[in-house]
Design a protein around this ligand. Sequence first.
Ligand code: NAD
Length: 303
Amino acid sequence: MATIGWIGLGNMGRPMTKNLVAAGHTVTGFDVVEAAVTAAAEDGVTPAGSIAEAVAGADIVFTMLPKGEHARAVYLDEGGVFASASTSTLLVDSSTIDFDSARALHAAAHERGFRFIDGPVSGGVGGAQAGTLTFMLGGADDVIAEARPVIEAMAGNIFHAGGEAAGQAAKIVNNMQLAISLQGVVEGAVLAQRFGLDPKVFFDITSVSSGDSWPLRSWYPVPGVVETSPSEREFAPGFSTMLMHKDLGLALAGAQTQDVELPAASLVYEKLQQLIDDGWGNHDTSILIRNVDPESKGLPKTP
Ligand code: NAD
């Protein structure tokens, strides 16, 4: 069993550490929000008062932070992971961050003699609680092999996506594709209804035809069609508009540095921004239907 340091005990970090503890690992956790540390302690995580305390004596350290700026600060700042951990400690950043920050962290780790993996996850809070997250890992083969047995306690699928930052790349592109397909689904759902089609009949046809997609089958944005869809529960998340906006922003930032134009992603990014500006940021991202038809069935009246 491993001695694990954990930094970032939020919506994802807390259930992930709970599963590590349940698997028999020793986990010491730190968060800037004291209440998050206290809550994790209830699940058997040893509370730490600083990054240095969390990483002391750890075989492996995970970070689960909001964005690239937080990850950079936690690794690079004075009193951060690189300054505090032993170079024998394996480092895994599971936050979803921009491609360039992930590459910068790999480079900084390499310079200082650390083994480092970028390992974002997909599967949401539900997957974190169930220990069924999909991990997308970027790094060297031997380092990934070393981390795998620990990651298994939190994962349903573990993919070695490639070299440095490949995990972030896979995650960013996947979510960009999801956002664009979802925009197609919300536009389709509205137009089908305006044409007079019954939503369930249209769904039955398109879900076995060439218009089928994952968001269509999982998040059909009109109630009475897909039982698990957020439209059945006033668009409670699920996957929030804010998180999708963040992930699309990562795709657009990456596209800029890679010199690629992403017109569809840019459009959906604007549509998500509009929802956030109107107060719908904490609703499920399938509330994108509101931009097409604010009167669509199942939509809450106020944010
Ligand atoms: P969250 O905001 O709930 O948790 C992040 C935690 O990091 C917070 O508790 C915050 O206090 C802590 N933190 C920030 N700066 C810190 C610092 N300097 N030192 C220590 N702790 C610090 O976010 P989350 O939902 O747990 O998501 C974490 C990451 O996982 C994000 O990158 C997110 O995009 C990604 N993700 C989230 C989901 C989801 O459904 N929530 C799904 C997949 C991936």
